[in-house]
Design a protein around this ligand. Structure first.
Ligand code: HEM
Length: 262
């Protein structure tokens, strides 16, 4: 099957799947049970991932608060309800994540399964250590000393331009490369890392123009909380795979040299 046909089939499947899941939940009265979205700090038994957004969603109850046995269905509806991410976008990343699952079930994962290096998790993260860093090398938990390099760029202005986000990401990758000889990022890792930067720009910014609110991005990373108090609003327009690709193309197009501007 040609890749575009496969992608279209996946997109169609994901939208129908999301509708069916929601319908079944509503009939079973489950939608009501899932309504408490207040932020709660995770307990030490709760599982968390290297992804600040998924962790925030678990802290708000858009995903299971214990981070265990998260189904693809729950990922799709959780990301739709919280940030209006298109079902196919979640499905593409979610299916990759499932391949690291240790739940013993076919379509669920524990959030910390996502820390398995080389599946989605990669070197050169914006806020986490790399697996090669000196022990205890924790590639899953927010690390203020790593984030400091990224934040030095992102905090320069109230809103983060595409140029600034690109330079922050490049600076972090350069610092990680410098830090240990085992550093490695494949083309796939670089693509994933650019999409992660695109994702926060899209969720907290203005469409595909960048301009993410620094205050909101800071809260996501540092507190793993959705910044409702800081003015975050769920995007009215669905966040699509194409939005993320447009942003990641724009990030790649930022020239290597020059100074950050907002
Ligand atoms: C629009 C939705 C999403 C946003 C805004 C988002 C945001 C981010 C950001 C900003 C990072 C980089 C963290 C860092 O480098 O320190 C990240 C990493 C990650 N995300 Fe997400 N994410 C989203 C959806 C997902 C989904 C659906 C999955 C999987 C089911 C996922 C899995 C991961 C993983 C495994 C990483 C670790 C990559 C690494 O730094 O090594 N994310 N995410």
């Amino acid at each position: 099957m040609a890749p575009t046909i496969a992608l279209k089939a996946l997109t169609l499947f994901s939208y129908i799947f999301a509708l069916v899941v929601r319908g079944v939940r509503t009939i079973a009265g489950r939608e009501k049970i899932l309504e408490d979205h207040s932020w709660r700090k995770p307990s030490s038994a709760d599982r968390r991932s290297p992804c600040p957004l998924l962790n925030a969603l678990a802290n708000h109850g858009y995903l299971p608060r214990d981070g265990k046995d998260v189904s693809l269905a729950r990922l799709i509806t959780g990301l739709q309800d919280s940030i209006n991410l298109a079902p196919d976008a979640t499905l593409i990343v979610g299916l990759a994540g499932i391949s690291a699952s240790t739940t013993g079930k076919r379509f669920t994962l524990h959030l910390d399964d996502l820390a398995k290096h080389g599946v989605i998790e990669h070197d050169g993260s914006l806020s986490r250590h790399d697996v090669h860093d000196p022990p205890p090398a924790d590639n899953k938990t927010f690390a203020p000393e790593v984030w400091a390099t990224t934040a030095a760029y992102l905090s320069q202005n109230e809103s983060i331009s595409i140029e600034t986000a690109a330079r922050a990401r490049r600076a972090r990758i350069a610092a990680a490369k410098e830090a240990h000889p085992a550093f490695a990022m494949s083309k796939k890792d670089l693509r994933s890392s650019a999409l992660e930067t695109s994702a926060y720009l899209r969720v907290f910014g203005e469409g595909t123009r960048g301009r993410a609110r620094w205050e909101q991005v800071k809260v996501l990373f540092e507190e793993e909380r959705l910044p409702f108090e800081e003015g975050f609003k769920r995007s009215e327009k669905m966040i699509t795979v194409s939005d993320l690709l447009v942003l990641s193309g724009a990030l790649d197009a930022v020239p290597q040299e020059g100074t950050a501007s907002n």
